[in-house]
Structures are given as C-alpha cells and as structure tokens.
Design a protein around this ligand. Structure first.
Ligand SMILES: *Cc1c(COP(=O)(O)O)cnc(C)c1O
Length: 411
C-alpha cells in the first residue's frame, strides 16, 4: 500500500514504527535502564546488579542524603502531597517562599521564582520578558531548552529577533553586537544567553569577558547554570563565582534543582525583583502550570543549606574530577579538556558510543553514550560524570573498566 492509499492515522503508525525499526537496526535505539534503589555513587540496576554510576548529575552526592530525604518526608507530612493549583490561584505554600529566598541568597541576586523544571523556567523566560524589537544572541552550543525558548518567543511575540554566535567565540559575539547596534530593527533590549557549564562539552562560559562585552553594548547577560550551580566556584555558588563575578553582575539566571541540588525536580529564574515579578504576573508556565511539589521544595532547600554548610563537598568533587580525568588519560582515552565534572570522550559514531557504553556496563561501570540528536551528527560521545559521592575505589573501578575497553578495541 502506498502512502497515499493510507488513512492519515495509518500513515502515522507506519512512520512511527519505521523510525523505531531504523533506530534499532542501526544500533541507535536507547534502552532505558531501571534503577531499583537510590541514586548514589553506585546504583542497583535491574539485570546488572550494583554498578558504579558515572552518568548522573548527582554532583554533590545529595540525591540520597538523609537530611534531604527527611526534609521531603517532613514536608509531605506537614503540607500533604499535592498543591492542586497554580501559584497565583492557591498553589503558593510557605516552602516555596523559603526556597526562593534561599536560592536568591545563594546566587547573590534580589529574587527567584521556581518552576517544575528548568526547562519550564526557561520556556517562561524569553517569551515573557522579550518584546518586539528585542534581539536574543545565543551561544551555538546552548542547551535545547534555551533554543526552544528563543524560538517560542519569536512565535508568541512577533518581531523578537535572534542571532547565534559561534561557541564561546567572543569576537563573533562582538560582531553580532556591532551588527545589532546598526540594525534599525533592533529597537529594544539585547539579551546575550549562555550555558554556564556546557552540558555536552563540559567546558565553561567566559562570563567575565561576556559581562564586559555586554557592558560595552548595553546588553543583558543571561546564564543557564544548570550544570554549574552547586559545583562551580569555591563555595559552589556557580559559574559566576568561578569567573569572579558577583551574582548581580549576571542579569538573569536560570537553573535546575534536579542536578547538584539534591536531584529532585524543579527549576528557577533568578535575578532582579522586577524581572521576577513580571514573570510571576505574565509567564504562561507560571499562570497555567502547577506549582513545584512542596516536598521537592523542602528537599531542595535542605540541599542548598547543606551545600552552604559543607563547602568541602565542592572540594571533594574537584579532587575526584582531577583524579578521574588523569586516569582516563592514562588508559588512553582523550577527554575534552576542562576542570568540570563532565568528562566527554568523543567517539564519533552513535552506534559505537552505545556499544561502548554497553560494554562498560558489563564491566561494572554505568556510563552513557550520547549521539544524534542530543549532540551533532558525527560527534557521539561517552559522557563520564563524576560525583563527590565517589570514593577512590569507585573511580579506580571506572578507570579499570575503560582500560579493559581500550584493550579490547586495540585487539
Ligand atoms: C539539565 C539542563 C536543563 C534542564 O533541567 P530540568 O530541570 O531537568 O528541566 C536546562 N538547562 C541546562 C543547561 C541543563 O543542563
């Protein structure tokens, strides 16, 4: 039967099956692993037993910290399970307010507002704050949620313009800013937006230089620090601390509660009181989507408290990262250079990355291979992630798994 003879629903079913079959046949199909216990340095995987976990964002080991878990349980007892409302109707609970002021204090900004995820927070950001005549200039390797938020802002508000600068290329950004100044259609604000730590490369945005450029051209600096918060800088405040900037030198932050900060879901927008207030009044995700669950707000706040109280966790992470990166090099793999906990080993082909990941799992190390469309075609990689929860023995286990893999590849 040809495409034209089919009913529209049959066309849908056929193409869906074909796409999945193609992924299966070319070794690109992702298999979701089932975890049977808490997220930690090791995890219990269905069918594989206990394996070292080197692919979570549990950078500080807070996901299963007893105090973080207990704070959630207390919150559940005191406030119940559901908020049953968006925030502006009757869904704002005390723990939301407490969490948001804690986030603002941690980052060093005036205000913060939470969402069920950083994806949602970012989706609220540009479509709410931008107006016709504004320009958003985005790093070429920014996270997918930033890309989609920028696209959406152009749909919701006609006349929001966008540009992309080459990854971390300050000269290219300068050119884009110069062009914007000469463009009669750019009559409003200019936003420069970047990840703090790039999720697939593990490299760090040059925030100090970006701030200077923004100052020169009167642009606003926006940083999604999902992989930087809790991790970067001496006390884990984030990439701005690493780069020697105060919180209020970044105009707008977005970030997640689902990575270093305990691993519960949730995200936020943080910055000036006025920007946050406008998001509260006008953001479509704030007006039409449920509040962050209270239990998660309680756990996340506890996680931040622990981070502030025990900055040595950041130090432990840093020394684990240095140890792991050295070991990975020693056994013959190249890691993209950076001091962050994201250690990508580029292997090229998606099917190869997945096969290598499967082999590592058989030797007791859980590392995920990423291919298209998560990363550009031809740049598939194993992404090793390190945590403060890892002991030296865990890191040695990873290195020995990689060493075996290397030996097998060579033979
Ligand atoms: C992980 C990540 C997100 C998504 O965070 P969620 O809270 O899981 O939606 C957004 N932005 C960046 C840069 C990320 O790395």
């Amino acid at each position: 039967m040809t495409q034209q003879d089919m009913a529209p629903n049959q066309r849908f079913f056929r193409r869906t099956e074909e796409t999945l079959r193609h992924l299966e046949e070319t070794g690109q199909l992702k298999k979701l692993q089932l975890i049977e216990g808490p997220m930690d340095a090791t995890v219990q995987l269905r069918g594989h037993g206990e394996v070292g976990c080197f692919c979570s964002n549990n950078y500080l080991g807070l996901a299963n910290h007893p105090e973080v878990v207990e704070a959630g349980i207390e919150g559940l007892r005191r406030y119940g399970a559901g908020t049953a409302s968006v925030r502006f109707i009757c869904g704002t609970f005390e723990p939301h307010e407490a969490l948001e002021s804690t986030i603002a204090e941690m980052l060093g900004v005036e205000a913060a507002y939470t969402f069920v995820s950083c994806w949602t927070a970012t989706e609220a950001l540009f479509p709410t704050l931008c107006e016709a005549g504004d320009l958003i200039i985005s790093d070429a390797l920014n996270h997918a949620c930033i890309i989609d938020s920028i696209r959406l802002s152009g749909v919701i508000k006609k006349g929001v313009r966008r540009a992309i600068y080459q990854h971390s290329d300050l000269d290219d950004l300068r050119q884009k800013l110069q062009a914007a100044h000469q463009d009669p259609e750019v009559t409003g604000a200019i936003f420069v937006v970047t990840d703090g730590v790039f999720s697939m490369e593990g490299d760090i945005a040059h925030l100090r230089e970006l701030r200077q450029l923004c100052n020169e051209f009167g642009a606003l600096l926006t940083v999604d620090d999902s992989h930087g918060t809790g991790v970067m800088g001496k006390t884990g405040r984030g990439t701005h601390e690493h780069c020697g900037l105060a919180g209020n030198e970044v105009d707008l932050f977005t970030g997640t509660l689902g990575k270093a900060l305990g691993g519960g879901a949730g995200g936020y927008i943080a910055g000036s009181r006025a920007a946050v207030d406008l998001i509260v009044q006008r953001g479509r995700p704030t007006l039409f989507s449920n509040a962050l669950p209270v239990t998660v707000a309680c756990s996340a706040r506890k996680a931040i408290e622990i981070l502030m109280r025990e900055p040595q966790r950041v130090e432990t992470l840093r020394s684990n990262v240095a140890y792991a990166r050295q070991g990975i090099h020693r056994v013959g793999f190249e890691v993209l250079a950076s001091p962050t906990a994201i250690c990508p080993i580029i292997v090229g082909d998606t099917a190869r990355a997945i096969a290598m990941s499967n082999r590592l799992l058989e030797t007791g190390s859980f590392v995920i291979g990423f291919g298209y469309p998560v990363v550009p075609e031809g740049t598939a990689r194993l992404r090793v992630q390190i945590s403060a929860a890892h002991q030296t023995s865990h890191l040695d286990q990873l290195i020995s798994s990689l060493e075996k893999l290397k030996a097998e590849e060579g033979s």
